[in-house]
Design a protein around this ligand. Sequence first.
Ligand code: ATP
Length: 362
Amino acid sequence: MATIELQNLTKSFGDLVAVDNVSLKVEENEVLCLLGPSGCGKTTTLRMVAGLEVATSGDIFIGDKNVNNLETRDRNLAMAFQFYALYPSLTVAENLANPLHAENLSDEEVKKKILEVADILQLKDIVNRKPHQLAEGEKQRVAVGRAIIRDPECFLFDEPLSRLDVQLREQMRGQIKEVLSDLKKATVIVTHDQLEALTMATKIAVMRDGLIEQVSSPHDIFAKPNNTFVAGFIGTPQMNILDCNISEINSSIIKIKVLEQEVEIDFKTPLSVDKNDNYFIGIRPRSFELVDNNAPDNFSGKIELIENMGSEILVHVKINEFTFRSVQSRSSKLSIGDNINLKPKKGQVHLFNKDGEVIRNE
Ligand code: ATP
């Protein structure tokens, strides 16, 4: 069992700083998801941990050992960079056994390990098939099996589910999570899919432009974003984030001026903010109540678009130049052109300063 620790890790490609002074620790039984938009440096970070890329500066520790100068094969990691790289001419059992070749195990021991892994991943009935005879989800499980069969110290996965269709992804997310939580090894998963990160990770590191923006539990990364980037990146539909000016402060209650409308928000405990200064307010689309009257604590606007989301609808409400997105129940019987009043739910409004850093996540 080992931890993975990155200390001030930087990787430059010429003038481009792909990974910028990243420090992170993944505990022995943690699954850390590196999450961020394309090009933010996730894969480069993972490749440095794997020893496939040499860091420009900084240190990588696996357990207590600094592995900066160790070859990939000496780092005792299991990697699944492409889950589909199965050997087409080998059976499932032979594919699973492949990583064991260097371990000098007896045939009996190899067979036992194959059976163990096939049992964990529900592959027992298909061990004699070849990859072309497998469904996508089965191929995926074989690839995971190949990564876990060797009992390495830690696991690295790059976009593990990116090639699967929506239904299979959902299924596999749960299955991989279960397997990883049984294995209790430090694991790093790279993904740009927030649902994947929110369901599989015990800890999420959100990256942007080579920098780590926030490292938190899946719950906190959603409920307590450090800044407007994380707030806007996590959660679908996306959080409504808008500029506002504070026109009145009365202990925990502030009056914000948003494009001609003034709305009162109660943050429950006193806030340290300045009157007439600019801030950002963040409200998730599921954090509005539909109310009948236009009171001081709600926004009023006109519905300009309604999107069908199955049992719910996504209502676009135009308030002056800004369009709020609000998720409402299908039974709310709203129509385009209706004037409606939206009240932010208590304790679900986020306030950020003008640099986008959080002041209050309620
Ligand atoms: P994606 O989700 O699209 O895979 P990512 O977050 O994994 O993106 P990286 O692949 O780590 O991002 O790339 C980070 C930055 O470094 C990008 O701007 C990329 O173009 C650049 N980069 C990556 N590898 C190299 C390389 N070998 N040479 C030059 N630039 C590189």
